[in-house]
Ligand binder design. Sequence first.
Ligand SMILES: *Cc1c(COP(=O)(O)O)cnc(C)c1O
Length: 379
Amino acid sequence: MIPFNKPPYTGAEDQYVIAAMRSDKMSGDGEFSQRCQQWFETSFACLRTLLTPSCTQALEMAALLLDIGPGDEVIMPSYTFVSTANAFVLRGAKIVFVDVRADTMNIDETLVEQAITERTKAIVPVHYAGVACEMDTLMAIAEKYGLFVVEDAAQGMMSTYKGRPLGTIGHLAAYSFHETKNYTSGGEGGLLLINDERFVLRAEVIREKGTNRSQFFRGQVDKYTWRDIGSSFLPGELQAAYLYAQLEKSKEINARRLQIWDMYHQAFAASELHGLVQRPQVPEGCEHNGHMYYLKLQSLDQRAKFISHMRQREILTPFHYIPLHASPAGQQFGRFVGDDVVTTRDSERLVRLPVWFNMTDAMVATVIDAALEGLSSIQ
Ligand SMILES: *Cc1c(COP(=O)(O)O)cnc(C)c1O
């Protein structure tokens, strides 16, 4: 059986996790957490980063930092994970969905302006498959209307847009270290990236139960007190230790994923020419991270046949998001502005192939053989 995903493993995790277990401080912001955060701040030239227990919680922190409240509107694609929306719905916001681009499945930047009302507070681009949204346009719209941009860069670590790392372009951003992402902190984890000075201190307070405990630990205040609303958004040291091993191998992990992605991309070039599938596109100026390889088949029915063919070959190739606006909660908490031209149509045709760091070339070849056979047999 070739699974769709296996958590990345480099070999150094064991040693670091044991070191964290034997240290005197296993709670948040210990040695490994600091090392990880410094790594992100240096590698991506980011003002401030804070590890969180998940990307979901980093997004929740972003919604708190932006003071999102009842009646506010937040614009995002409908083709995304529930957490992108939930983080803002939890604060009472209404979600405004717009269509995605067919080439990238990212928010269609040309449709954002018409979705803005006087209640709009933020735009949340999702960098699907680690391929960047059209950020210059989105940032210009945000500036024009005085809106915030929160990048859902859950899938986007190590990708760039015009040379800039994803997650460092919007006011705030979130990465995920869930085991299905390119780097994991041992199953669950996330990061809040802060690119605007105004949010730095308050983010530390919100993350530390609403106290200025972080300043206290730095010796900047002589006691800490309750300052603001907040919660516990710190992961423990075991998670940070696991992640640190992967950060040290970030280039190798990225390179291997890109190799696998390229093997698939070459293998399906002829199928695309024959009109059997569409392959993903990476716009000029975007460098991606091989997070995902997907194919678009001709219909929902063909996709079902393809998935079942692959399952018979013991290869798991799942489809992906059910558009949020079509779900019960999406209908309750959001509305779709403009026409749904691409979102539903392409979400029903898209199928994902296995891409994971420790996958062997032989496994990739097996997937390709089975997929090519499947594509010809379902016509
Ligand atoms: C994985 C993912 C999330 C959630 O990440 P968690 O770390 O599991 O909370 C949010 N948004 C997108 C686009 C994702 O792919």
